[in-house]
Design a protein around this ligand. Structure first.
Ligand code: NAD
Length: 292
């Protein structure tokens, strides 16, 4: 058997950013305001600082007005909540993102509870997840939205196919499963309490792995020829690795995402796409102008 096609997340993310750049430039030339994104970071988690800088730079690069609000780790929850509420009211702000995890003592639930769903750039509020479950998606979590974009760009068939999602998180696994169902795949979620997840995964034509367990998935999890999407991010002495054993799975999968360079770049691109979607809705743009 040949080697899997490696899905190039950087390339697909670049094409999303180019489309956004054109859309935003057209708005600016028409004299309209540009989309605004605010990222709130609380405390000094070093990984969060890197992520937030990447997001802010990526937003500025496509022509958005992007800024960060950095609050000290000991900021009271009420002040974080009040910051979000003030941004909800700010007409220049279309997308608000609260970088997780928050320091101990600040509940992400409490913060998401007050976030205006129309500005929820991460698609994590109960309102947006409920809309997704109801088949009326508005703002969809960035990582699953990016994975769907990647599968579509490589014309990987979903309708009528067996899809297995490893992981059931609010951020990735659960919304991924909902999106795949809506694309007419037959979807199974496996998680940490599933007996013999490997045997179930092996039935999948499309396998999305978001377990947060380095190297969990080897070829014994993969149906020959399947599309395998690796969401995991693990910083190791050798660099960034995923949940999938890339070298081994490459010899049996039909398609495979690398780590890094697969899902990660798309997650950031989709944050921008969500901010654009929120902006387009708030500005009342026609569907043809809003589409990305
Ligand atoms: P999480 O810890 O919230 O959820 C992990 C899920 O995996 C849980 O539902 C758990 O039940 C399941 N699980 C754990 N061990 C398992 C096992 N052995 N077999 C089957 N299921 C198992 O994590 P998350 O937020 O969904 O993130 C998952 C991974 O993806 C992490 O490595 C995270 O860093 C990464 N991530 C990457 C991106 C990206 O842009 N590439 C975005 C978000 C998260």
């Amino acid at each position: 058997m040949g080697e899997a096609v490696v899905l190039d997340g950087r390339k697909v993310a670049e094409s999303v950013r180019q489309r956004l750049t054109q859309r935003i430039a057209a708005r600016r030339e028409a004299g309209a305001r540009v989309p605004g994104l605010v990222v709130i970071r609380v405390g000094d988690d070093p990984a969060s600082e890197v992520y937030v800088n990447n997001k802010r730079r990526a937003a500025a690069a496509v022509g958005m007005a992007a800024r960060e609000i950095h609050l000290a780790a000991d900021t009271p929850e009420a002040e974080v909540v009040a910051t979000v509420q003030a941004l909800n009211q700010d007409p220049a702000v279309d997308g608000i993102l609260v970088q997780l995890p928050l320091p101990a003592g600040i509940s992400s639930e409490a913060v998401l509870e007050v976030l205006d769903p129309a500005k929820d750039a991460d698609g994590l509020t109960a309102d947006n997840l409920g809309r997704l479950a109801a088949g009326k998606p508005r703002l969809v979590p960035c990582t699953p939205r990016g994975i769907l974009e990647l599968l579509d760009q490589y014309a990987i068939p979903l309708r009528g196919r067996r899809a297995v999602v490893v992981g059931r998180s609010r951020l990735v696994g659960m919304p991924m499963a909902l999106l795949l169902v809506q694309r007419d795949a037959t979807v199974t979620i496996v998680h940490s309490r599933t007996p013999d997840a490997q045997a179930i995964a092996r039935e999948a034509d499309v396998l999305v792995v978001a377990a947060g367990r380095r190297g969990l998935v080897g070829p014994e999890w993969v149906k020959p020829g399947a599309a395998v999407v690796d969401v995991g991010i693990h910083r190791t002495a050798e660099g960034i690795e995923g949940d999938v054993d890339f070298a081994a799975v490459r010899t049996c999968a039909g398609w495979l995402t690398p780590v890094p360079g697969g899902v990660g770049p798309l997650t950031v691109a989709m944050l921008l796409a969500n901010t654009w979607t929120a902006y387009a809705a708030r500005e009342g743009l026609a569907a043809s102008e809003a589409a990305i």
